[in-house]
Structure formats: C-alpha cells, structure tokens
Ligand binder design. Structure first.
Ligand SMILES: [Fe+2]
Length: 303
C-alpha cells in the first residue's frame, strides 16, 4: 500500500543487550557471566519453587509424570549417586504449574539469548534475520503436538545430589545455553590463562555451543564447563537454544558458502561428542568414540 509517506524499515530483531567488552569476552572465552533482567529472575524463582516440589516426590511418580524417551533427551532421568533431572522439550501436561512456570522462563530465556545472537550478528555487520530459521519454533515453549525430530531446544531442570553431584568437562551442542544455578558448582574454563584454569560461575552463565561455534567460522569458541560437587547439593535450570532441524541455513550469511541442512550440521557436531548426562557405562563408550579425529564441520571457502 502506498501511503505517500517515506518508508523507514524498522530495525529487525531485538535491541542490543551486551556491551562491547561483554561481547569480546563471550567470543574469546565461549562463556559470559551475566546479571539477568529482573523479570526473568522472578520467573526463575517461581520455577525453582515448583521444581523443588517435583524433585521432592518419589521416583515412581517422577518417572510416570515425565517418562523418558530418546535416551537422555526427554523426560525424567536419574544417574544414581550423581543427579536427577527432567528435560522439557514441549508441553506435556496442560494443567502443570511447573510447566507453566517453565513456559515463562522458556520465553524470557529464548528472548535473552536471541538478543545476544543479534548482538553477535551486528558485530559482524550481518542482519539480525540470519538467526530466524535457526531459532524458528524455539522462542515459545512448544505445544504438545510439536514434532521432537525437528524441535530440539530444551529446558533441563537439575538436582545434583550433595557432594557427589557432578558433570564432566564438556561443551554444549546447540547455539547458546543459559545456566542458572541455585548454589555453587558450575565452573567455566578460562583458556586465556596459562595454564588454563577453572573459574566458579558466580552468576548466571551464557555458554556458546558447538553449533554456533561452527556457524561463526572460528570467530567464537565453545564454552567449556563442568559441575563440581557441592556438599549441600545443587539445583539448576539450563535452557539450551538449539537449531530447528527441519530447516536449512544459508552459510553465505556467516561468511561461508552454500546452503546447509541444520540437521546435517547438527548430526555432524553430535557425532564428535558424547552426552554428558548418560549413565557411566554409556559415557565410557561415548568417550572412546569421541577420541577419533574430529572432522571439519563446514568447509570454509573465503570469498
Ligand atoms: Fe552443559
């Protein structure tokens, strides 16, 4: 429609969040400790209260409320003498208070991580729309009928047992992860120190995942982290923003070449990694597989 007025395109994407120093830190370390917006903090507190209630019920009830599927990727899972956690990928119970709180945290966390992605694309003079297909469907808590084959973004609610609750050093597979712990235990690797050191995450932490590292063509590194035992135990909320596997990414937007299926890209990344939350014997096998020479994820051809 021609209104006769000059059109000014509104800026695509959300307003900037991080300052240049924070962005620099995220790129060089693969992680960033960040104070969260008050609204998200409040939502996390509500979620934390209902999560404690859920973990306080007996194992049979937890298992039947959130039956596990796809290995560690969906439902309630328990690693004896280490931790228990529930992974949410889509609405399971329409009347669940826990999931209603999770839904709010999901939306606010996705919004926060999307702002950071847009900060990164602005830094590279790319339009904010480069993320649209990657995060399609992940901004809102997916509905009950969502296809889990394509929708792999997740929220994971952890309960690490006192003293022995831990997670081995690893990087995440997705785009960006937000980790918010209720107590000390998460540590992040500082590769810039010589020798590298582990730094306790004293605040909520943003982590760069392997998919974002691959897309960035080496402009970012993935954030290596681990969880060490806390004598009092520890709960945490993890929101992992991952690519929509049903869509494709034009690598030209990221300084590469050609259109890559998000599923192919992600599967290639996963082949080189092992699930940190699998049971110990599964982890041993996965570790053995992970020692093989990593392949290049994307052939980088400078234009
Ligand atoms: Fe992780």
């Amino acid at each position: 429609m021609d209104s006769g007025e000059k059109d000014y395109a509104s800026p695509a994407g959300p307003p900037p969040l991080l300052d240049p120093e924070q962005l620099q830190h995220l790129c060089t370390h693969g992680w960033l400790l960040l104070d969260l917006p008050a609204e998200l903090e409040a939502r996390l507190e509500q979620l934390s209260a209902s999560t404690s209630g859920f973990f306080g019920t007996d194992i049979e009830s937890k298992t039947s409320t959130y039956p596990k599927r796809q290995g560690t990727e969906y439902g309630y899972y328990r690693v004896e003498s280490e931790k228990e956690y529930v992974t949410l990928r889509r609405r399971v119970h329409s009347d669940s208070v826990l999931e209603t709180h999770a839904e709010h945290v999901w939306y606010s966390s996705a919004g926060l991580l999307h702002r950071i992605l847009c900060d990164l694309s602005r830094m590279g003079d790319s339009p904010n729309t480069v993320w649209d297909s990657l995060i399609s469907g992940a901004v809102h808590y997916p509905t009950l009928d969502t296809d889990l084959k394509d929708s792999i973004t997740l929220m994971r609610l952890f309960n690490y047992f006192p003293t022995t609750g831990m997670a081995d050093p690893h990087t995440d597979t997705g785009l960006l992860t937000l980790c918010v712990g209720g107590a000390a235990g998460l540590e992040v690797a500082d590769w810039t120190a010589d020798p590298p050191v582990w730094i306790p995450a004293s605040k909520p932490c943003i982590l760069v995942g392997e998919t974002l590292r691959a897309l960035s063509q080496g402009a970012l590194i993935a954030g290596c982290h681990r969880v060490v035992g806390n004598p009092k135990g520890r709960t945490s909320v993890v929101f992992a923003l991952r690519p929509n596997l049903g869509l494709s990414t034009d690598m030209a937007s990221f300084g590469g070449d050609g259109v890559v299926s998000n599923r192919e890209l992600y599967n290639e990344i996963k082949r080189e990694k092992y699930s940190i939350n699998a049971k110990q014997d599964v982890r041993e096998k996965q570790r053995a597989m992970a020692t093989r020479e990593p392949q290049r994820l994307i052939e980088y051809r400078p234009r």
